[in-house]
Design a protein around this ligand. Sequence first.
Ligand SMILES: Cc1cc2nc3c(=O)[nH]c(=O)nc-3n(C[C@H](O)[C@H](O)[C@H](O)COP(=O)(O)OP(=O)(O)OC[C@H]3O[C@@H](n4cnc5c(N)ncnc54)[C@H](O)[C@@H]3O)c2cc1C
Length: 336
Amino acid sequence: MKQIAVIGAGWYGCHISKKLLDLGNKVTVFERQSAIFLGASGCNQNRLHLGYHYPRCEITRSQSLKGFKRFKKEYDFLCEKIPENIYAISSIRSKLSFDEYLQSVSELAPLDKDQANKSMIIKNIENFINVDEEYINFEKAKKYFYKVLNNHIVFNSKMTKESVLQLTKEYDYVIDCTWGELSDFSFPRHYESNLFHLYKKKNNSKFALTIMDGYFFSIFPWQKEIYSLTNVKNIVLKKFKSFDESLKYNQRLRSDLSFIKEHRLACEKQVVRFYPDFHKHFNYFEPRFSNKTKFENSDDSRYVIIERDGNLIKVFSGKIDTVFDAEDKIITELNL
Ligand SMILES: Cc1cc2nc3c(=O)[nH]c(=O)nc-3n(C[C@H](O)[C@H](O)[C@H](O)COP(=O)(O)OP(=O)(O)OC[C@H]3O[C@@H](n4cnc5c(N)ncnc54)[C@H](O)[C@@H]3O)c2cc1C
């Protein structure tokens, strides 16, 4: 049995802690906030990717397919189906034609494009498909992790580089799951301040709409009747060299109501070009600011990187489903 300190209680910290506990270790989680999932894990689109989002990145497509299957096996009770889940290719300024798109995603699942149907009017598209991608119910995930990590989390404990050093002396291993906020990594990375918007759907039927491929948008179920609208063109407000700068930038903008409104209107303007009944079906709910850490790359890679510094293991997260890659690497690294 090893004594292990985990820092951060988002998807990565919670999942990895649960696995280490299952293997018979003594685990303590240190979380800066007073609750779990208050970082990106509670403020993202919660798409359980199958790969349709990544027509131009073969690595991420095949990783997504694997991640989807493993996530379903382990966390099926957190997954929600979306009966009408449309990926449509824009007829203007798409990086790929519909045929090219179909070709690149053909390995993911058998698709019969003639069987695809949709209940809403979508304009300015070349064609579309219905996919089996699901969404992750993060409120259920929170409840689950509160239950299984009960008594193992120490809240309101913000770690510094000095306190991490101290932990490495007191524990067999320390695992940093702060998504690049605390420890340094050997590769170039940046910290994005993100803004997207939430809407209330006026009727109950669940659907999702993603316009591809390039600077378009996605409307995706969030919780109950609430949906998120993310827009590739303007979701990234600014990139920073440190997480702290990105966090402070978001904090400042939260009270800038005219900026938020302008941003929302720009998102909606693009949506109605494709989905003219958007305002008939949705009411505005509220903005969501979030922070994303990314390594510098020109493609859509979203893999996990683990680096080690003595008994300090540093986790650089990818997507939610890549949490299993982190788990596998850590278990190998710790020889468990
Ligand atoms: C806008 C957006 C949309 C996204 N959409 C998707 C999607 O649809 N599907 C998908 O798979 N992925 C998506 N992602 C990525 C996904 O959110 C991340 O992969 C995942 O949440 C990372 O989890 P994490 O635990 O590493 O980080 P976090 O959830 O950020 O957790 C880090 C935790 O560490 C804590 N912490 C930080 N510093 C300290 C410190 N010094 N001391 C103690 N605690 C500390 C924080 O408070 C936080 O609780 C999206 C991300 C964003 C931002």
